[in-house]
Design a protein around this ligand. Structure first.
Ligand code: ASP
Length: 321
């Protein structure tokens, strides 16, 4: 196999039957993001660029909980986390708690390429992103009615006061249904030179406390890549993914126990995460480009394609891959 890419648009539940047009929209959006990454790899581009571009496409699509379409914290804000890792040299970059960077994954890449650091948070991350030419937007740019309604519902259930609509948000409008999943996005790839990379971006989880950081910007938890071993991007309740160092743990099982990425993902998601009561899943790719997805929720939006093969997208847990 020369090149290969796997992407995800988040793991989660979906209590009701998903309306057919919504399911079709998710499949089309996954396919579009997959095509963006595949085109780069097919032209001989780097795995790192392919994962960034695929994630960027999903950040711009309000169907997903990353970039535009991000969920709201309990205080009614869209706060973003993202990370990227280059398996060739195990370089990594991440941002957390950012509010004005249109594509948080581009800022994570800037942290990796342009600083001595791995993780920048809040104002410092935004300043770096701006200085490095990342597109900056007003917080209201990320607003979607559907995610706002999700917050209202979540806070009403808890009996907590609903914060005022964010400054600059459009007037209340009918909300189109969105997957009640979590919608974090991610990508893992192997390029024709054999290098691996992983990237993840999220708006976090609905109604979390101000200052909460999940697994997505934590290298080793939500994202990990190491040439010759594997690359992983996760989605799910981040606290479990941090406690289990899931992305690194899957790669460690491959490296130290000789498991395939598929068997390693099964051991960690199917057994350990489940035993802890955690929910979510991962996409992973092995050194020769074998791409897998393992999750314990009803839905995980996902897609994969490799050189010369047909693209596949899937949504539900009873679909192959
Ligand atoms: N893992 C993300 C977080 O905890 C959310 C998700 O993937 O649904 O922030």
């Amino acid at each position: 196999m020369t090149w290969a890419i796997v992407i995800h648009g988040g793991a989660g539940g979906y209590a009701r039957a998903m309306p057919a047009d919504l399911e079709a929209a998710y499949r089309a959006a996954l396919r579009a993001a997959l095509d963006v990454g595949a085109a780069i790899l097919n032209d001989g581009g780097a795995a790192l660029d392919a994962v960034q571009a695929a994630v960027c496409a999903m950040e711009d699509d309000p169907l997903f909980n990353a970039g535009r379409g991000a969920v709201f914290t309990a205080e009614g804000e869209n706060v973003h986390d993202a990370s990227v890792m280059d398996g060739a040299q195990r370089r990594a970059g991440a941002v957390a708690g950012v509010r004005r960077i249109r594509n948080p994954i581009a800022a994570a890449r800037a942290v990796m390429d342009r600083t001595r650091h791995v993780l920048l948070v809040g104002d410092g991350a935004e300043r770096l992103a701006e200085a490095e030419g990342c597109a900056m937007v007003e917080p209201a740019w990320f607003f979607t009615e559907t995610r706002w309604r999700d917050l209202e519902k979540a806070l009403a259930k808890r009996g907590t006061a609903i914060p005022p609509r964010p400054a600059g948000a459009p007037a209340p409008a009918p909300a189109s249904p969105l997957a009640e999943g979590k919608g974090t996005v991610g990508a893992v790839a192997r390029d024709s030179a054999g290098h691996l990379a992983a990237a993840t971006s999220t708006g976090g989880q609905t109604g979390v406390a101000m200052g909460r950081v999940g697994d997505s910007p934590i290298i080793g938890a939500g994202t990990y890549a190491e040439d010759g071993v594997g690359a992983v991007s996760a989605s799910g309740t981040g606290e479990y993914f941090i406690r289990l160092s899931i992305a690194r743990r899957i790669c460690a099982l491959v490296e130290l126990s000789g498991l395939s990425v598929e068997a390693a993902a099964e051991a960690v998601i199917g057994k350990e995460l489940a035993a802890m009561g955690g929910d979510g899943g991962v996409i992973a790719i092995g050194p020769s480009g074998e791409g897998v997805c393992r999750f314990n929720t009803r839905v995980m939006f996902r897609g994969r394609v490799s050189a010369g093969g047909a693209a596949q997208v899937a949504v539900f847990n009873d679909e192959a891959f």
